[in-house]
Design a protein around this ligand. Structure first.
Ligand SMILES: [Fe+2]
Length: 260
């Protein structure tokens, strides 16, 4: 099953990551907002997802296109996996956009995609996955962003121990356009818009948090899995990492997949 290309992914669709490849897309995890001043200006908000998202999620797996699905107690082997990851190697990768990505672990948990398939009750096609460690003082290349060029769906497993957990994943709406996901080219044209203008405008405005309203938030919890369409505007939140070592830093498994 393929999804419609979004406006800003069209030109670089050929750079979509192949299975098992890291950091092939300049949009995927590309740098968007930088600077701690904006992050500090907005304290973490921990309200539940909006009713809209909860309603969509409750409508059933067939509506996953718009849903945010949360599964607690996701992986039976998470403790062993965590130990393997934090005792293993973390590398620094250079993305195709030239940005440096620290704290990458390529520890293999391909079987977790089987757990995802069970959770969503649909076969999946893995596209990309890795563990990511973010230490205190580190800000992401991506603040509010979408990842639709990586695959149709994203997933996150939180690996921090209960006493370490803070923050989580936030979802955002553009305050001027009143949209919470990247529209497809077809949707843009149907609305009379110009894809080139839209792409230019978005690339400028998602660098300014004043254009974004936080509309949802999922708190970090050990062994919690969430999955959502990559077209959704999202970010880790707070933006800054925490801890100083693999044993106490922010640690998540990030994955991207399509539906078979
Ligand atoms: Fe992302």
């Amino acid at each position: 099953m393929r999804h419609e290309p979004s406006i800003c992914s069209l030109r670089s669709a050929a750079k979509r990551p192949a299975k098992g490849q890291l950091f092939r897309s300049p949009r995927c995890m590309s740098g968007l907002f930088k600077g701690s001043a904006i992050a500090a200006a907005r304290p973490p908000r921990s309200y539940r997802l909006s009713r809209r998202y909860e309603a969509k999620a409750s409508e059933g797996r067939s509506h996953l296109k718009h849903a945010l699905l949360q599964i607690d107690g996701f992986a039976p082997d998470i403790q062993q996996v965590r130990e393997s990851v934090i005792s293993g190697d973390f590398t620094t990768e250079i993305g195709p956009d030239g940005a440096i990505y620290t704290g990458i672990s390529k520890h293999e948990v391909q079987h977790w995609f089987d757990l995802i398939a069970q959770a969503i009750e649909h076969p999946v096609v893995p596209r990309l996955s890795f563990f990511r460690m973010n230490v205190a003082g580190e800000l992401p290349h991506s603040w509010v962003h979408s990842d639709e060029i990586c695959a149709r769906f994203a997933g996150i497993v939180y690996l921090n121990l209960p006493e370490q957990c803070r923050g989580g994943t936030a979802f955002w709406r553009h305050t001027g356009l009143h949209i919470d996901e990247m529209p497809s080219i077809e949707q843009m044209r149907a609305g009379g818009g110009n894809p080139d203008w839209f792409c230019t405008m978005m690339n400028r405005e998602w660098k300014d948090l004043t254009f974004w309203e936080q509309v949802g938030f999922v708190g970090m919890k050990f062994n919690r899995f969430i999955t959502y369409p990559t077209s959704r505007f999202h970010s880790r939140y707070p933006f800054e990492g925490f801890g100083a070592t693999p044993a106490d830093a922010r640690l998540v498994w990030t994955c991207f997949y399509d539906l078979a």
